[in-house]
Design a protein around this ligand. Structure first.
Ligand code: RP5
Length: 190
């Protein structure tokens, strides 16, 4: 069966505030045609839902779970403790952003709190983590895991790498042609 026919990834986040960052994981998966289901599961506000979600994820047959959380960020680790599905954690820096205003409150330690909470899982229930706010990388990493099973995805990942390579070459050619100062002023519209 083609990978694109089935829900393969569960994306969860601790709060609606996290959607500001987590949508990039969805976009990365969408670009490769990987189906995902998106939900809010809070480790501290809905603790019983953690287990329910883990059971749901197993039943759905998700191959990977992407879990984003900010602050003390227990969500990825606690979900991992309830399931054998690999969990990719996304440490979130921005939170308390429930209004539509441009103002937001960042976590006290700029995301380091969430990064360490996710990466320092004690031995026995591992969670991998991407960098702070790097939700797109979580999406790409999930695709890499899935590519072990679905050769079509491996081909698409190779193409993605080629595109990145060509983009850098194109920019480098332009920089060489314009000179660094003009290139930078054009790029950043000074
Ligand atoms: C965490 O607390 C969430 O993952 C979020 O990053 C943070 C704050 O959430 P809100 O107070 O903005 O809902 O559980």
């Amino acid at each position: 069966m083609s990978y694109s026919k089935k829900l393969l990834v569960g994306i969860i986040m601790g709060s609606s505030s996290d959607s500001k960052i987590m949508h990039s994981a969805a976009t990365a998966l969408d670009e490769f045609g990987v189906k995902h289901e998106d939900q809010i599961v809070s480790a501290h506000r809905t603790p019983t839902r953690l287990l329910d979600y883990a059971i749901h994820a197993e039943k759905q047959g998700f191959k990977v779970i992407i879990a984003g959380a900010g602050g003390s960020a227990h969500l990825p680790g606690m979900i991992a403790s309830h399931t054998t599905i690999p969990v990719i954690g996304v440490p979130i820096m921005v939170y308390n952003d429930k209004t539509n205003s441009d103002k937001f409150k960042a976590s006290a330690f700029g995301g380091l709190d969430a990064l360490l909470s996710i990466s320092e899982m004690p031995t026995g229930s591992p969670v991998v983590t991407v960098g702070v706010n790097k939700a797109a990388n979580a999406g790409l990493y999930a695709i890499k895991i899935l590519a072990n099973e679905f050769p079509e995805l491996k081909t698409k990942l190779k193409k993605h790498k080629e595109i990145q390579h060509k983009t850098v070459l194109k920019e480098s050619d332009e920089m060489k042609k314009l000179g660094l100062a003009r290139f930078a002023s054009k790029k950043f519209k000074k």
